[in-house]
Design a protein around this ligand. Structure first.
Ligand code: LLP
Length: 416
């Protein structure tokens, strides 16, 4: 736990900037991103396999700040989008319609038309939505999300493959799929799947290939097959958690992709849809310690990071490593501290009995690490607290503000 009690982290995450200065200038709490880490993760995904016709699509729901999206686009990734809002943001950040893949779930006609009108490849998730698509765009191209029968994920709320989920068309309905394609003269250009979010072991991902590739063989005109996302990141770095072995995963994927292409007789494009993996580790959410106290059995550290700012701990019991920064380096014996936010619900807990410096006091800073995915994108104004500002530390260490913090006017803007 060498990271506690000082504010120079091992990775020099803040690019040589003083975190206290950053908080003073941009306000607390603050989402702080590191461009170098973001680009590194993009490149790892870009070079996952040596199979040539391979395009990673960043699933932008993880983080939709357009300045970060521009960087991801510059790195040559395409994007997966789930809603007209995500389409809008992706186009605004420079992605072309051909670089987008729309994978909605249970949408109204208006949403589908938003993609169809812009020539964005769309995947449907049920026979019913396939029929709707056919009615809206007869003679067009479409993709279908299948349920591979295999699921994985860090919490049952984010497992999206297998029997227990609402997602995907079960392969047993392929005859009905074919009938609908024929009725509306649709071409099935691609198939996709997503087994769930955050696997640290590539085995279920590789296992799911068998099912999607055997589905693929039942259609003749596929241009692409999308294997899904879910690539995990180590949230327990302070306990020495190992990284997902990307190289081994790529090596396991490669021969499967090539041999499929050979058998299919076509250099079909393979896609993946990593969300979390791209921005997650490029971000620390830094807030301020506002009070410490002891209540019954627990010693509490209160701070200004409520679950409106970072929902993951309350929503999925997620762990984020915590660093405490003090102005002076102190001898820091560790003890179990329960870190809580400023929202008026007792579930507003960031970490229970976490080993942290017992010297932690009001005015120290507290960083929740690996907050770049499903952090800001899931933030809200609950309790009429502001969503924070976001800043980006560039490759040269220079700081750029990429989002303002909310203001009082934002709270009332849409009220008539
Ligand atoms: N593709 C589809 C169709 C998805 O639904 C998702 C995520 C992804 C790709 C990207 O998954 P990733 O690579 O990020 O695991 N809020 C949760 C995660 C929800 C994921 C939802 N779907 C969390 O904070 O852990």
């Amino acid at each position: 736990h060498s990271l506690h009690g000082s504010y120079t982290t091992e990775t020099n995450f803040y690019g040589g900037n003083d975190v206290f200065d950053l908080i003073e200038q941009y306000g607390s709490p603050l989402y702080i991103y590191n461009e170098n880490i973001l680009r590194t993760r993009c490149r790892e995904m870009k070079h996952l396999v040596s199979y040539e016709n391979f395009v990673p699509h960043y699933s932008i729901k993880a983080n939709t700040n357009i300045h970060l999206l521009k960087i991801v686009h510059e790195e040559g990734l395409h994007a997966d989008v789930m809603s007209p809002g995500e389409i809008y943001l992706a186009l605004e950040s420079g992605f072309s319609p051909e670089e987008l893949f729309f994978i909605p779930n249970n949408v109204v006609a208006e949403d589908m038309l938003y993609a169809i009108d812009r020539n964005i490849m769309t995947s449907v998730d049920s026979l019913d939505q396939l029929e709707l698509y056919g009615q809206l765009n007869p003679g067009g191209k479409v993709a279908i999300r299948f349920n591979p029968g295999v699921g994985a994920g860090h919490h049952e709320k984010v497992v999206t493959g297998g029997k227990k989920t609402k997602f995907g068309v079960n392969p047993e309905y392929i005859p009905e799929v074919k009938r609908l394609l024929e009725t509306y003269n649709l071409t099935l250009a691609g198939i996709n799947q997503h087994i769930g979010s955050l696997f640290m072991d590539g085995a279920p991902y590789i296992e799911s290939l068998g099912s999607i590739l055997s589905i693929a063989k039942q259609f003749d005109d596929l241009e692409f097959i999308d294997l899904g996302g879910g690539f995990g990141i180590p949230y327990h770095k302070q306990d020495g958690e190992a990284r997902l072995n990307i190289k081994a995963l790529g090596e396991a994927l490669d021969p499967v992709l090539s041999s499929f292409a050979k058998e299919y007789g076509k250099n079909v494009q393979f896609q993946i849809e990593p969300g979390r993996y791209i921005p997650c580790e490029s971000c620390a959410l830094v807030g301020t310690v506002t009070a410490t106290k002891t209540n019954a059995d627990h010693d509490y550290v209160g701070c200004d990071i409520g679950f409106n700012v970072l929902q993951r701990p309350i929503m999925y019991d997620s762990h984020h490593d915590i660093e405490i920064y003090s102005r002076e380096l102190k001898e820091a014996p560790l003890g179990p501290l329960t870190v809580v936010g400023n929202i008026c619900e007792s579930g507003d807990i960031l970490a229970k009995d976490r080993m942290l410096p017992l010297t932690t006091v009001r005015g120290d800073l507290i960083a929740l690490m690996d907050a770049g995915a499903y952090g800001y994108s899931m933030a809200s104004c609950y309790n009429q607290r502001f969503r924070p500002a976001e800043i980006l530390i560039g490759l040269d260490g220079k700081v750029r503000q990429i989002r303002k913090r909310d203001t009082l006017e934002d709270l009332i803007r849409n009220m008539l």
